[in-house]
Design a protein around this ligand. Sequence first.
Ligand code: SAH
Length: 342
Amino acid sequence: MVDLRSLDMASLEQALVSLGQPKFRAKQIFSWLHKSKVRTFDEMANIPKTLIEKLKEQYYVSTCEIERKLCSKIDETVKYLYRLQDGEYIESVVMKYKHGRSICVSTQCGCAMGCKFCASTKNGKRRNLTAGEILDQIYMAERDLSIRISNIVLMGMGEPLDNFDEVVRFLKLVSSPDGANIGMRHISLSTCGLVNKIYDLQKLDLQLTLSISLHAPNDEIRSSMMPINNRYKIAELIEACKDYIKATNRRISFEYSVVKGVNDSDECAYELAHLLHGMLCHVNLIPVNTIEEGGFVRPDMQRIKRFESLLLSKGINTTIRRTLGSDISASCGQLRAKRVEE
Ligand code: SAH
């Protein structure tokens, strides 16, 4: 069975023509799936019943069901634990900003990357999500909250570039004017640094924002936090980033989770400034969220502010990420981990 929601317009046309249907049916069905955002075939009112029966033999419509929903009393952040059709769980978070609503979506169920401080990777990767399952996290939240989402960050569970084809399919579908029509400039993709895939992404020349989870200024510290650093050293990663900036003319965002006694010293700040010197980039400092395994402690705000000011003094564009939804453990992986344990 194939996920009908994951098909782009060209594939949908092909599928319908092979069922002996006119091409305009593809446009109608695409509109039901991505504009009306229906959850079942039977809601597609202008599609003949006989065709619907035929479609049901080969296709299904991917959907997420809300298993749990947590609403922050502090800042209107909403976190969903979704149940997929095969019983797996994923998480999404909707955040409210001045410029609109942003959603953080998952791209995999679990994660294979093994970052030491991250809850999503605790039990490894279960499976990739289809493009339709990534989309439905957005559609379901919009429906549930009666809102329009304007920005997307691929920063939920999973490593987007480890699910490359479905993620690219998702990006094309969600930005399609015939669908949700959320422009690439309103989308960020975050990666722990799969260097070969960064080059693949560059070739597609998309206008999205690439975020790199850097978290350390040198190999010794980075390898102690992120196993991916044993595959691709920082020098290779930075080279790929410079290449990406040159080819796309887009600013890269570096994420740096600040951890007490690990990567928060003045020396680290100077080393980081040196590493990123002259690059078209932005550094986003994230006060680390302590997960249950422990070992990664958030420094006090004074230390993080000093780290920021050192970077700024060296000419590096830097901000500290605002913490949202702190009363609902909004950082991804935590809810699913609890549910799986139960
Ligand atoms: N796999 C991708 C995207 C998912 S993680 C990536 O690695 O970028 C989204 C961001 O949250 C990454 O920067 C990740 O390193 C960071 N992160 C994960 N766990 C965290 C924690 N406990 N505290 C702070 N940031 C965390």
